[in-house]
Design a protein around this ligand. Structure first.
Ligand code: FAD
Length: 498
């Protein structure tokens, strides 16, 4: 079908912006299609990058495999450490915590998830803490890590965002990407087609292209400003709109999990890298002022300050189309969900892989644009629901912020999932959804929800059989975890920072 094709072949790709999004896109495109594309990336040192975004999820491991990136080299270059999950402190209630880990809890069963057997065991006094049946979770709790030869730990990284962009820049330049250091002064459009024709730079030169990737961060210079694509605002569900970030020296052993510590009007992150810690506080400016948030952050960091606290404003949501005309927005230029589940870098990666799958080599078809936008919208909507869950389901009612979160109306898609779990303990992963059943269950139980009942399959087991089943898993998890080295020792041996 040629009738919806909008222009000629795509040979020249221009990436606007060189943060994590820009350089990830450059790396992947040059590694896979570098021989047939002319790729240029424009970035401005003066404007700089957002400079945060240091916690990832396991999909990044696969992204690096796709690019053939050497893990030790990448980790040493980015002061990276391993991550097995996120510790949610004070979220369910003050003084209580739980870990959402990347691992599988228990085992899979054709008819019912492990939570049903655990729930039955709990009723009968035969089950321990839900986390005791998950290797990644126990390893995180005990500060242990190693690559295992078979059925290894499911892990991600904590990394230095600035170093990561620098690392990917070297990688991309090696595969032929041309970097242009300049400020984009204007975006030239072809009035007839509505397509972007070129970027005009403050140096006076022009960079023409067939396809433009907007990675200009919150500015969204191409997609938002030049093409006028509207933004869908989700702040009625996600109240936070500000963050203050700060780096400190390391003080103790570096843990293999992100800490997310709830405050009265937001939450604080702590991310341990090799040699330093990334800290920040995310908050709702409707519920607290900047000075109070900054003071709370400073009172809760350990170690000498390495940077001054920096305030960042954002609006939770997503552009109504992330691909419009010949421009695709990636990273912050396309939308933003607060970093509570470290999903932004993953969304960049998804955007890149989707583009590779739908790459318009012979010209842009409206059908490709529609497919891309539909997939992107589905991706972020399911993640959005998962993030809202952390606020909606809480026992906290102690401040106006938590009261408002617990009592808000949530999207219908989420309302149904919460009700289904509450009534029956059931969770179903949607088609291409990022977070699997295991994540939903860990967070729902962790936030204080307990299903009313469980699947009848669990009732078919007698006490002895159920107890043996649960104990077998628990003992195996304990045995494997106890053989793992301390995370910090492993990192120091495996990939010492350069
Ligand atoms: P930026 O880093 O802002 O890069 C924009 C680029 O565009 C820069 O190179 C800039 O110089 C360039 N640019 C802009 N305007 C111009 C111009 N006129 N001319 C030339 N160049 C220009 N994600 C995670 O996955 N995990 C996390 O833990 C996490 N934590 C976060 C915490 C906070 C508080 C925030 C705000 C975000 C967090 N994110 C996290 C998101 C993550 O930081 C971003 O997804 C990631 O850094 C990508 O940013 P970017 O490349 O889109 O934008």
């Amino acid at each position: 079908m040629e009738h919806d094709k909008q222009n000629g072949p795509i040979r020249r790709v221009v990436i606007a912006g060189g943060g994590t999004a820009g350089w990830m896109a450059a790396a992947a495109l040059s590694r896979t299609l570098g021989k047939v594309l002319d790729i240029k990336l424009v970035e401005s040192d003066e404007i700089g990058t957002v400079g945060v975004g240091e916690a990832t999820i396991p999909s990044l491991v696969h992204f690096h495999r796709l690019l053939d990136i050497d893990e030790r080299e990448f980790m040493a270059a980015t002061q990276a450490t391993f991550k097995l999950g996120i510790s949610f402190e004070n979220w369910r209630a003050r003084g209580e915590d739980y870990i959402h880990s990347f691992g599988l809890t228990g085992t899979d069963h054709w008819s019912a998830g492990f939570q049903h057997f655990w729930h039955k065991g709990r009723e009968r006094g035969l089950a321990h803490d839900y986390g005791d049946y998950c290797l990644e979770l126990l390893a995180a709790r005990e500060n242990r890590f190693a690559h295992l030869p078979k059925d290894g730990l499911n892990y991600a990284y904590h990394l230095d965002a600035t170093r990561y962009a620098r690392y990917l820049r070297r990688f991309s330049e090696h595969f032929g990407v041309e970097r242009i250091e300049a400020k984009i002064a204007a975006v030239e459009k072809n009035e007839a087609s509505g397509h972007i024709a070129a970027l005009r730079l403050d140096s006076g030169s022009r960079v023409e292209g067939d396809l433009f990737i907007d990675c200009t961060g919150f500015r969204s210079l191409l997609l938002g400003q030049a093409l006028g694509v509207e933004y869908e605002d989700w702040s009625r569900w996600l109240f936070n709109d500000s963050a203050i970030a700060l780096q400190t020296e390391s003080t103790g052993p570096v843990v293999p999990y992100t800490r997310a510590i709830a405050h009265d009007w937001g939450w604080q992150w702590r991310i341990g890298l090799q040699g330093r810690v990334g800290n920040g506080i995310v908050f709702s400016s409707r519920h607290v002022d900047d000075d109070t948030a900054r003071a709370a952050l400073l009172a809760n960091v350990q170690g000498k300050k390495l940077t001054e606290p920096r305030t960042i404003r954002f609006r939770p949501g997503q552009r109504k189309q992330v691909w419009a005309a010949n421009c695709i927005g990636m990273g912050l230029a396309s939308g933003f969900l607060e970093p509570i589940e470290s999903t932004s870098i993953h969304l960049i990666q998804r955007a890149i892989v989707r583009l590779l799958q739908l790459f318009p080599t012979h010209g842009i078809h409206q059908t490709d644009i529609d497919e891309y936008n539909a997939q992107a919208a589905e991706d972020i909507r399911t993640i959005r629901d998962f993030i809202i869950l952390h606020y909606k389901v809480t026992n906290r009612r102690d401040t106006p912020y938590w009261e408002a979160a617990a009592t808000m109306d949530v999207p219908e898609s989420l309302r149904h999932r919460i009700a289904l779990f509450r009534d029956t303990g059931r969770v179903f992963r949607l088609q291409n959804e990022l977070f699997a059943e295991n994540s939903w269950v860990q967070v729902m139980l962790g936030q204080g929800m307990m299903p009313a009942t469980h699947h009848h399959t669990a009732d078919l087991m007698g006490d002895e059989e159920l107890s043996g089943f649960l104990e077998g898993i628990r003992a195996n998890v304990r045995r494997t975890a106890s053989q793992l080295p301390q995370h910090g020792d492993y990192v120091a041996r495996y990939c010492p920072a350069k």
